[in-house]
Design a protein around this ligand. Structure first.
Ligand SMILES: [Zn+2]
Ligand SMILES: [Zn+2]
Length: 286
């Protein structure tokens, strides 16, 4: 790709998002192209022209929070090094994950409603969604559903990525700065939080499988043919595990699995809350 293509992609993404960070809501300066950054979500290939469904706008601060996974980056914020900073950090991490849980629940609810919604809009004679252009104001229906799907999926993936980056940084705290009780509390908290992350990812993956079952791309929502989307180049989710012998999608079984995972997520959340509370109590000791 040329850097010009990439620039064009980015500008379209910033315009779509009103130059507003999709994580924290910070509004960037539309006249300063360095004031906003893009973050890739999902697994669409990032070479060549990147489809807008695979990119979200983030502010420079939120962008820097991802730098924890690249140690050579000087933009990466340091892990918390005082009791007070650790307390705030854990509280903020819990809040980030709380946001991710509610995003995932909305995403699952939207995905599981799609077989009915799409059947209804087809029956009503709606047009196919436009290739990647998003909702057209004058054309509610299938286009609107597609735009809503893309948006909520981006929010979900961004929230999960941010929580991952925060947990990574928490794992990098200076052991010498905290006593053993605090460290073991942090480990217990991180273990639950990591469990929750993996459950949330499973819910997202299964919700995306609903799209594959409807022969739509789980990234951009366009109609699918073959095992790679021709619009955003995302690889199709495998549906074989969720098909009846007739080859028809067993949506009921898939939906039940999604609900089970959501139930697991809520059990893990209770556990996580207990551990966060225990850690907070240790940090406010003495
Ligand atoms: Zn932000
Ligand atoms: Zn696609």
């Amino acid at each position: 790709m040329t850097s010009r293509d990439w620039q064009a992609d980015r500008r379209a993404v910033f315009d779509r998002d009103d130059h507003t960070c999709r994580h924290c809501g910070a509004v960037g300066d539309a006249t300063d192209p360095t004031d906003c950054r893009t973050h890739p979500v999902g697994a669409a290939p990032l070479d060549g022209t990147v489809h807008e469904s695979a990119l979200v706008t983030v502010c420079t601060d939120c962008f820097a929070s991802f730098s924890s996974s690249t140690p050579r980056s000087s933009a990466a914020p340091d892990p918390p090094s005082s009791r007070e900073a650790l307390f705030d950090y854990v509280r903020e991490t819990t809040r980030t994950q709380g946001g991710a849980i509610s995003d995932v629940a909305s995403f699952a609810s939207l995905a599981t409603s799609l077989p009915t919604t799409l059947a209804e809009s087809e029956a009503a004679g709606d047009a196919e969604p436009d290739a990647g252009t998003g909702a057209d104001a004058g054309q509610p229906g299938a286009d609107e559903t597609a735009a809503k799907y893309r948006r909520i999926r981006q929010d979900v993936l961004l929230a999960i990525d941010i929580a991952d980056a925060r947990l990574e940084r928490l794992a990098a705290i200076d052991e010498a700065a905290f006593d053993a009780d605090v460290r073991s509390s942090v480990e217990a908290f991180s273990a639950s939080a990591t469990d929750l992350q993996s459950t949330l990812r499973t819910v997202v993956e299964r919700s995306e499988t609903v799209l594959a079952g409807l022969e739509r791309c789980h990234g951009c929502f366009d109609a699918l043919e073959g095992d790679r989307c021709s619009t955003c180049r995302l690889e199709t989710r495998e549906t074989a595990d969720w098909e009846r012998e007739s080859g028809e999608m067993a949506f009921d079984r898939l939906f039940a699995a999604i609900n089970d995972e959501l139930q697991d997520a809520s059990t893990t959340t209770e556990d996580l809350t207990d551990r966060a509370t225990a850690l907070a109590a240790r940090l406010s000791d003495d």
